[in-house]
Design a protein around this ligand. Structure first.
Ligand code: ADP
Ligand code: NI
Length: 203
């Protein structure tokens, strides 16, 4: 993970993984789930993703070699693959996957890191990385995103809140995750109100 994501500047760096691991650990405690598989999946959830690595097949092979070297049991390996293959927002755009409880926790942790104050920070960081404008009131948010349109178009960062970030709260799986999401949602809503008022020079 450190090798693949140590130099990432798109919001999928090691710091993202560390936050997702902390959230995963917290949610496991609250939901009474053993931490080993969820923490392993949280640590590895982006190492085989095409947005982070160029050669996905090579990364998948490296990961299965690593699992065997570390003597991870076949059962745990299977559980981790099942989670990391079906976790992401983009993987679920076309078809909705049902995850194990461990997977639901990691997915909640990953989604929580995309909302709230951190979600705001990551959205603008990502937008800067991709050359997106901050805001353009003339460009309306899109609906019905596919994986290609979601990734490819250089939309204003503010639109990303309406196209994805504000919708994530209702996608959370666990009770504990939902509670945390509600608080983070309010932070984003307050931010958007303030942002638009400042944009117009009203406040
Ligand atoms: P996932 O890992 O769930 O597939 P992404 O890689 O698309 O999600 O998103 C990772 C981070 O980058 C998130 O914090 C997300 O909000 C942000 N991001 C993705 N697309 C955009 C965009 N078009 N504008 C601003 N931020 C974005
Ligand atoms: Ni992630």
């Amino acid at each position: 993970m450190q090798q693949q994501q140590g130099h990432d500047h798109s919001g999928h760096g090691v710091d993202h993984i560390q936050r997702v691991v902390r959230l995963t650990t917290k949610l496991c405690q609250q939901e009474n789930v053993a931490v080993f598989v969820p923490v392993l999946a949280a640590t590895l959830h982006d190492v085989i993703d095409d947005k982070v690595v160029t050669n996905v097949a090579q990364s998948r092979l490296a990961l299965s070699v690593f699992f065997n070297q570390q003597k991870i049991t076949p059962k745990d390996q299977k559980a981790v693959w099942q989670i990391i293959d079906h976790l992401s927002f983009s993987a679920n755009l076309k078809q909705h996957y049902v995850l194990s409880l461990a997977g639901q926790i990691v997915q909640d942790a990953d989604r929580l890191d995309a909302i709230g104050a951190l979600g705001i920070a990551r959205a603008f960081y990502y937008g800067g990385h991709k050359g997106q404008p901050l805001y353009d009131p003339a460009i309306k948010p899109r609906s019905n995103l596919t994986k290609t349109t979601y990734r490819k178009q250089a939309v204003p960062v503010i639109n990303h809140f309406y196209e994805k970030l504000l919708l994530l709260k209702d996608e959370l799986n666990t009770v504990s995750g939902k509670k945390m999401a509600n608080r983070r949602q309010q932070v984003m809503l307050d931010f958007l109100v303030e942002f638009k008022q400042e944009w117009q020079g009203q406040v």
